[in-house]
Design a protein. Structure first.
Length: 622
C-alpha cells in the first residue's frame, strides 16, 4: 500500500512537474512576446540604452512574428523613399528579366511558398529582383541575391522586402559582394583564409595539400549568408544576428563549423571533403541551433586584425593592379617591338632586293661602258676616215658642171647620129630580106637572145628596186637626223655623221652593183646584137651584089659599136663623178649637193635614152 501510495504520489508529482514545466514554457513564451513587444514599441530607447541586452536577445533568436518589423528596424528600412517608386519600377522593362526568370525556379525549390512555376512566391520574388535591377543598374542581378530576397519575402510583403534588400545592399557590404568584379568577395575569402591559418593551422595545411581552396566551399557562405548551405531555421537564426552585427557572424560560424569537423576533414581527400561539406555538415546542428551559435561566439574574432587584413589585401590588389597595368604596358611595347622588327625585316628584304638590283645595274653599266668604248674606237676610225677624205676633197665649180652638161649634149647628138645610121641599116635590110629558111633560123636565135635578155632584165629590175629602197632609207635618215645636230653633243654628232657615211657607202655599193648589172645587161645586148649581125652578115653576101656594100655595112656596125662603147665610158665617168660629188657634198654640207642631184637626174635620163635606143635597135633588128 505504501508502495502504491508512493507510486501515486510520484506519478502525481510527475504530473505536477510536467504541468508546471509546460506552464513555465508558456509563461516564458508570453514573457518573450511581451518583451519583444516592448522592444518594438521602445526601439529607439533600447538602441540607445540597452544595446548589449538587445544584442544578447537577438543572438538567442528573434520570435517569428516579430522578425519582419525587427529586421526593418535593425536596418532602418521603415521609411524609405524608394518604397514609393516600387510600383513604377514594376511597369518598366529590365535587361536582366531572362536571367531572373531562369534562376527563380532554383530558389528554395522545396519550400511551399516558392513551389510551382506560377506560384505567388516566384511572382513576388521576380518583382523584387526586377525592381532592384532597375534601381542599381551597375549590379543589376547576381546569383545568390535571390535567396536573401526569398527569405525576406517569407517574413514580410514584397514592398517592405524590397526596401530591406536595398538597405542590405547599401549598408551591409552586400553590394560590393554582388558587383560584377566581386572585389569584396575576394577580400572576405582572404580574411577567412588568415582566420583559418590562425585557428586551424593543421586543417589549413591539409586543405592546401589537397588543393581544396577556400573559395570552393566558402564563397556561397558569404554570397547567400548560409541560406543555401544550412537548413532554413538555423540559417534564419544566423540572419537575425547578421542584421545586427553584419558579416562578422559569417566568419564566426564558418570557423566554428571547420573546428567542429576538423578531425573528420583531415582524414579525407578532396572528393571526400566535398561530399562531407554537402551531406554531413549541413545537418549536424538541426536539433540544437543554439549549440552552433554558442560555438560561433567561442571563436576569437579581432576587428582590428580584420581591418589590418583588409589593408593588406587592398595593398596586394593595388600591387596586382599595377602589375597588370605594367603587364599591359609591356605587352603593348612588345607588340610595338614586334611590329618594328617586322618593319625592319621588311626593310632588310627591301635592301637585299636593292643590292641585287644595284649589282644587275652595275653589270649593265659595265656592258654599256664596253659598248661606249667600242663606239669611241669606231668613232675615232670614222673621224680618221673623214679627215683623209677631207684631205683628198675635190671642189666642183660651175665651170666643171657646165663642162659635164656640154659632154652630155654631145653624147646625145652622137646618139642621134647612131639612131639615124641604124635606121638606114634597117631600111637597107628590109630592101633585101633573106629567104624563108634563113629568116626562121634568125628568129630562133633572136628568141634565145630575148630569153637571155629577159632574165638579165629581171635581175636588173630587182637590183634597181634594192637601190631605190636604199636611196629612200638614206633620204629618210638624212631628213630625220639633219634638224637637231647642233643641239646634240659633239660625240653624238660624230656618231650621226659616221652613220650618214655608212649609209652613203652602202648606197654607193648598191648603186655600183646595179650599174654592174646594167653594164652586164648592155654587154649581153651588144653580144646578142653582134651575133645577130654576124649571122646577118653571113647571109648578106649571098644577097648583096657587091662586096663594097657589105664592107660599108660592117664599117657602120663597127662605128655604132665604137659609139656605144664611148657612150658607156662617158656614162661610167659621169657615175664616178656623181659618186664623188655625193661624198664631197655629204662632207661639206654645201650647195654643191643640188648640182650633183641635177647630174644624177641627167644621168638617169641618159640611161633611159640608152635603154630606148637599145629597144629601138632590137625592134629594127626584128
Amino acid at each position: 500500500m505504501r508502495s502504491m501510495s508512493g507510486s501515486r504520489r510520484n506519478s502525481g508529482a510527475s504530473l505536477v512537474s510536467s504541468s508546471s514545466a509546460s506552464s513555465n514554457l508558456s509563461h516564458l513564451e508570453e514573457d518573450t512576446w511581451s518583451l519583444w513587444g516592448r522592444i518594438v514599441k521602445e526601439w529607439d530607447e533600447w538602441r540607445r540604452k540597452k544595446d548589449k541586452l538587445l544584442k544578447e536577445l537577438i543572438r538567442k533568436g528573434i520570435p517569428h512574428h516579430f522578425r519582419a518589423i525587427v529586421w526593418q528596424l535593425l536596418c532602418n528600412a521603415t521609411d524609405m523613399p524608394v518604397k514609393n517608386q516600387y510600383s513604377e519600377l514594376l511597369k518598366m522593362c529590365s535587361p536582366c528579366e531572362k536571367l531572373i526568370r531562369r534562376d527563380i525556379a532554383r530558389t528554395y525549390p522545396e519550400n511551399d511558398f516558392f513551389k510551382g512555376q506560377d506560384s505567388l512566391g516566384q511572382e513576388v520574388l521576380f518583382n523584387v529582383m526586377k525592381a532592384y535591377s532597375l534601381v542599381d543598374r551597375e549590379v543589376g542581378y547576381c546569383q545568390g541575391s535571390a535567396f536573401i530576397v526569398g527569405l525576406l519575402l517569407m517574413q514580410m510583403p514584397e514592398e517592405e522586402a524590397f526596401c530591406v534588400f536595398v538597405r542590405l545592399m547599401q549598408e551591409y557590404r552586400l553590394r560590393e559582394l554582388f558587383k560584377p568584379s566581386m572585389a569584396e568577395l575576394g577580400l572576405c575569402i582572404y580574411q577567412f583564409e588568415h582566420l583559418l591559418q590562425e585557428h586551424l593551422p593543421e586543417l589549413n595545411v591539409h586543405f592546401r595539400s589537397q588543393s581544396f581552396h577556400t573559395s570552393m566551399y566558402a564563397s556561397s557562405w558569404f554570397l547567400t549568408l548560409f541560406l543555401t548551405f544550412l537548413p532554413l531555421p538555423i540559417a534564419t537564426r544566423i540572419f537575425d544576428i547578421f542584421m545586427y552585427e553584419g558579416l562578422e557572424i559569417i566568419f564566426r560560424v564558418g570557423i566554428a563549423i571547420l573546428q567542429y569537423n576538423q578531425t573528420d576533414l583531415i582524414q579525407l581527400d578532396m572528393e571526400g571533403m566535398s561530399q562531407h561539406f554537402q551531406k554531413v555538415i549541413p545537418h549536424q546542428f538541426d536539433s540544437c541551433p543554439d549549440k552552433m551559435i554558442l560555438r560561433a561566439y567561442q571563436v576569437k574574432y579581432n576587428p582590428k586584425r580584420m581591418k589590418k587584413l583588409e589593408k593588406e589585401y587592398t595593398t596586394i590588389k593595388n600591387k596586382e593592379m599595377e602589375e597588370q597595368i605594367e603587364i599591359k604596358r609591356l605587352r603593348t611595347e612588345n607588340r610595338l617591338l614586334k611590329q618594328r622588327i617586322e618593319t625592319l625585316e621588311k626593310g632588310q628584304v627591301t635592301r637585299a632586293q636593292e643590292a641585287e638590283e644595284n649589282y644587275v645595274i652595275k653589270r649593265e653599266l659595265a656592258v654599256v661602258r664596253q659598248q661606249c668604248y667600242t663606239a669611241s674606237e669606231s668613232l675615232e676610225k670614222a673621224q680618221d676616215t673623214i679627215r683623209e677624205l677631207q684631205q683628198h676633197k675635190v671642189t666642183y665649180t660651175e665651170e666643171f658642171v657646165s663642162g659635164l652638161q656640154t659632154q652630155l649634149e654631145q653624147s646625145r647628138l652622137q646618139e642621134t647620129e647612131l639612131l639615124g645610121a641604124l635606121k638606114e641599116m634597117q631600111d637597107k635590110r628590109s630592101s633585101s630580106l633573106p629567104d624563108e629558111i634563113n629568116v626562121a633560123q634568125l628568129q630562133d636565135e633572136l628568141k634565145l637572145v630575148k630569153l637571155r635578155e629577159q632574165e638579165t632584165l629581171r635581175s636588173f629590175r630587182e637590183m634597181r628596186e634594192a637601190v631605190t629602197d636604199l636611196n629612200h632609207c638614206y633620204q629618210h635618215h638624212t631628213s630625220r637626223g639633219g634638224g637637231g645636230h647642233w643641239k646634240e653633243s659633239p660625240k653624238k654628232n660624230a656618231m650621226n655623221e659616221l652613220q650618214d657615211k655608212l649609209m652613203s657607202l652602202r648606197l654607193r655599193e648598191a648603186q655600183g652593183q646595179a650599174e654592174l648589172k646594167e653594164v652586164k645587161l648592155k654587154n649581153l645586148q651588144l653580144e646578142s646584137q653582134v651575133r645577130t649581125t654576124m649571122s646577118f652578115l653571113l647571109i648578106l653576101p649571098s644577097f648583096f651584089q657587091s662586096k663594097e656594100e657589105v664592107m660599108a655595112v660592117r664599117l657602120r656596125e663597127a662605128d655604132s659599136m665604137a659609139a656605144m662603147a664611148e657612150l658607156r665610158q662617158k656614162i661610167a665617168e659621169l657615175e664616178i663623178q656623181k659618186e664623188e660629188g655625193l661624198i664631197q657634198g655629204q662632207l661639206n654640207h654645201s650647195d654643191s649637193r643640188q648640182y650633183i642631184t641635177q647630174l644624177r637626174e641627167q644621168i638617169a635620163e641618159l640611161k633611159n635614152e640608152v635603154r630606148l635606143s637599145h629597144r629601138n635597135t632590137h625592134t629594127y633588128m626584128h
